[in-house]
Design a protein around this ligand. Structure first.
Ligand SMILES: NC(=O)c1ccc[n+]([C@@H]2O[C@H](COP(=O)([O-])OP(=O)(O)OC[C@H]3O[C@@H](n4cnc5c(N)ncnc54)[C@H](O)[C@@H]3O)[C@@H](O)[C@H]2O)c1
Length: 387
């Protein structure tokens, strides 16, 4: 399949999203096409794991664009999306005298993308930014839409900016080396995105997941590239229409709907000190809980809830949750960063492809508790059934 190009127009900038198998080797053309003035310096920010795999290719490709291609690596892990590492990243640019027309290339998963994005958006009040996402989650979600962040001791993603990358280069070939658990997490995010998008994207996603169970080489097929492209187009359409995630929008096209499954996911991550789940895995459980809650509030019918459960199950196995106390989860929900005036706002479903933002007080404590217990158990029940 040839390279697919999606144009993402926002108030702040026009971003170009490129998708294709092996396209990291064309990065230099993508850079020269999207920056009026050729950058004098390019700084690749990555982590040790990903750079070892793809750094050399990327540096070789970029050297035809700029003589000065430098790189700077962070250790691998969410805990390095920190203020201390952010300061070091900025110093890397400053010490090497990067200027306004120079460019940062973020090579890696969502952690690298968020940190490098924040660095590029704040250094000299903003320099060029190219995202080269290498995890599935980053390819369909975090590299698109311009959210950048680091974590503070008070919570995840507490410090950040909205800063659209000039170019996104999604090379699906890099998924060949992605560890199985990261794929499961990415699949969960795909299911989430398709559930709030439309029935067609949901069906396409479920079909791909079924195909993947039969043959892991599915990720190298044109069908998979088409699916990634469809996901990116959907995410781009939401971002183009609500770039800064307006807190007062509650319609089904607002950026907030992308938080489906995230209310419980954040609570699960918090009560397990961010050590038990990959973020996407927690979203897997979060969708099951949001599905139960939607059904218990008479929004979602039983057949659609069953489709949701089946889709989450197809993503692969999720970490055990029997040891997690439901009361602790409910307490943690109160600290959700996305709550408005102290009220949790749930993203629920009317049906597949029809999200709805619902105020937390519409559900009684009893319904909430039952939805959480049933949602957490649903994953295990499915596994028992399929054995
Ligand atoms: N900015 C946004 O809009 C947005 C959206 C969703 C999530 N996020 C953030 O993204 C982060 C999660 O991203 P993630 O799931 O990509 O995690 P990650 O960046 O930690 O990557 C997951 C793991 O996979 C490795 N990896 C990545 N690509 C690889 C490849 N091709 N081959 C082998 N190993 C590879 C990484 O080194 C890491 O160990 C979180 O910090 C989350 O807050 C941001």
């Amino acid at each position: 399949m040839q390279r697919q190009v999606i144009s993402l127009p926002t108030e702040s900038r026009q971003s170009e999203i490129n998708i294709g198998y092996g396209i990291r080797r064309d990065l230099s053309q993508l850079v020269s096409r999207n920056f009026k003035q050729a950058p004098r310096r390019i700084g690749v920010i990555s982590n040790k794991t990903v750079f070892k795999l793809y750094g050399k290719d990327l540096i070789t490709a970029l050297k035809s664009q700029s003589r000065d291609v430098l790189h700077w690596l962070i250790p691998d892990g969410e805990r390095f999306k920190s203020f201390r590492i952010f300061e070091k990243a900025v110093s890397f640019l400053a010490d090497n005298r990067f200027e306004r027309n120079d460019v940062v290339v973020a090579l890696g998963g969502g952690v690298v993308g968020d940190l490098a994005g924040l660095t590029a958006s704040t250094y000299l009040r903003g320099i060029g930014l190219v995202q080269v996402p290498t995890s599935l989650l980053a390819q369909i979600d975090s590299s698109i839409g311009g959210k950048t962040a680091i974590n503070l001791s008070s919570g995840k993603n507490m410090l950040g900016t909205f800063y659209q990358p000039h170019v996104v280069c999604i090379d699906t070939q890099t998924l060949d080396s992605l560890p199985a658990r990261e794929l499961v997490a990415g699949f969960c995010e795909m299911v989430k995105q398709s559930l709030v998008a439309n029935q067609k994207l949901f069906d396409q996603t479920v079909a791909l997941l079924k195909q993947f169970q039969l043959d892991q080489k599915t990720l190298a097929t044109p069908d998979f590239e088409r699916l990634i492209t469809a996901h990116c187009m959907f995410k781009a359409s939401i971002v183009a229409n609500d770039e800064r995630e307006s807190a007062d929008r509650t319609d089904s096209k607002s950026r907030r709907i992308l938080n489906f499954g995230h209310t419980t996911a954040h609570a699960l991550e918090k009560v397990t000190n961010y050590r038990w789940f990959r973020h996407g895995e927690a979203v897997g459980y979060g969708m099951l809980v949001a599905g139960e809650l939607s059904k218990n509030l008479d929004l979602l019918d039983a057949a659609d809830l069953e489709s949701l459960r089946e889709a989450v199950n197809l993503c692969g196995s999720l970490p055990r949750v029997e040891h997690i106390d439901v009361t602790e989860i409910i307490d943690a929900l109160k600290f959700d960063k996305k709550s408005v005036q102290g009220q949790i706002n749930w993203v629920l479903l009317d049906k597949v492809g029809s999200p709805k933002i619902v105020e937390g007080r519409l559900s009684s404590k009893r319904i909430l508790r039952r939805s959480i217990s049933d949602g957490l158990r649903a994953s295990w029940r499915q596994k028992e059934r399929s054995h």
